[in-house]
Design a protein around this ligand. Structure first.
Ligand SMILES: Nc1ncnc2c1ncn2[C@@H]1O[C@H](COP(=O)(O)OP(=O)(O)OP(=O)(O)O)[C@@H](O)[C@H]1O
Length: 295
């Protein structure tokens, strides 16, 4: 894959909201993992959620995708179909409403082929087209049309993530970086309005990381899909994000453009910790643009 990723921010007028998170709280017993969190992810933008380990990032995704039912708060998805309240829906309905996701630990169907993984992702659409009947599966022209479209979409994504030559291999046989790309392609085959990516750069080498940047920017720009990104790799976050939300101990401590967030003293403190003589790891300091004297 060629790599051309450059700094992202481009919006001049305020973009329309895609996902509104209002006063989201998630408690596990006595632990408040997410505490009164509010932010808006806009249409056609990449919104990164960052923060130290245990800050509550994955818990936000688990609330957004129906893995957890929030203790309190509202989650509203705005699509062409109207505004949908997600906070009381199960994962299946949330997926149908247009929210797709990838995981920190890749979750593919390992014993299915690469192509089959992309077709299974479209299972719901195919079953609806069959009117949930055997007769539909074999007889309805409308089913055959949807089936052809599903195959075309799968092939289109195989090309975009450069896995066409691997279409018939088992997903489990792919190298790690290829599996990451397949997982993103599979999520995109569900035709989402918003794609939630949990540490997509984890385990990738620098070249693969640059390729990932290009892929995510193309999903934003070509597919018009809004992205929510949890990522520890600050070079990815600072290069492609339009908007960054920072969590610490479940609370939002900063929210804005990447340049503003990386210069925010609250963010620097969160990454530094409480100890005065702590120092940021050099790679984090470099990506946040902090000179050694400033620490
Ligand atoms: N199902 C659960 N039951 C109890 N505690 C949980 C559960 N899920 C998450 N937590 C706790 O909630 C807090 C936030 O966890 P979460 O995984 O959301 O953080 P994170 O910011 O994604 O961390 P990391 O960057 O390390 O992945 C942690 O203290 C975690 O132990």
């Amino acid at each position: 894959m060629t790599t051309t990723a450059t700094a992202a921010p481009r919006a001049t007028t305020a973009p329309a909201p895609l996902l509104e998170v209002e006063h989201l709280t998630m408690r596990f017993g006595g632990l408040t993992a997410v505490n009164d969190l509010s932010f808006t992810a806009a249409k056609g933008e990449i919104t990164a959620i960052i923060g130290p380990n245990g800050a509550g990032k994955t818990t936000v995704f688990n609330c957004l995708t129906g893995f957890y039912r929030p203790t309190a708060g509202a989650l509203t998805l705005h699509t062409a179909a109207g505004a949908r309240k997600l906070e009381r829906m199960d994962g299946f309905r949330i997926a149908r409403a247009g929210v797709a996701r990838t995981f920190q630990n890749i979750r593919l169907f390992p014993s299915l082929s690469v192509l089959e993984n992309l077709l299974v992702a479209q299972h719901n659409l195919l079953m609806r087209a069959s009117a949930f009947s055997i007769a539909g599966l074999f007889g309805l022209p409308s089913y055959r049309k949807v089936e052809t479209e599903a195959l075309e979409l799968a092939v289109d994504w195989l090309r975009r993530v450069e896995l066409m030559d691997h279409a018939d291999r088992l997903a489990s046989e792919l190298p790690y970086g290829h599996q990451r790309r397949l997982e993103i392609a599979r999520a995109m085959c569900t035709r989402p309005a918003v794609l939630c990516l949990d540490e997509p750069a984890a385990g990738l080498n620098p070249r693969e990381s640059l390729e990932l940047n290009d892929l995510l920017l193309s999903i934003r720009d070509r597919d018009g899909v809004g992205l929510l990104l949890i990522e520890h790799d600050m070079s990815v976050v600072m290069t492609i994000s339009d908007h960054v939300v920072v969590l610490d101990y479940g609370r939002k401590i900063s929210d804005g453009l990447p340049e503003a967030v990386r210069n925010d003293p609250a963010v620097i403190r969160a990454y530094l910790g409480e100890e005065e003589d702590d120092e940021l790891p050099p790679e984090v300091a470099a990506d946040l643009g902090i000179s050694p004297e400033a620490q």
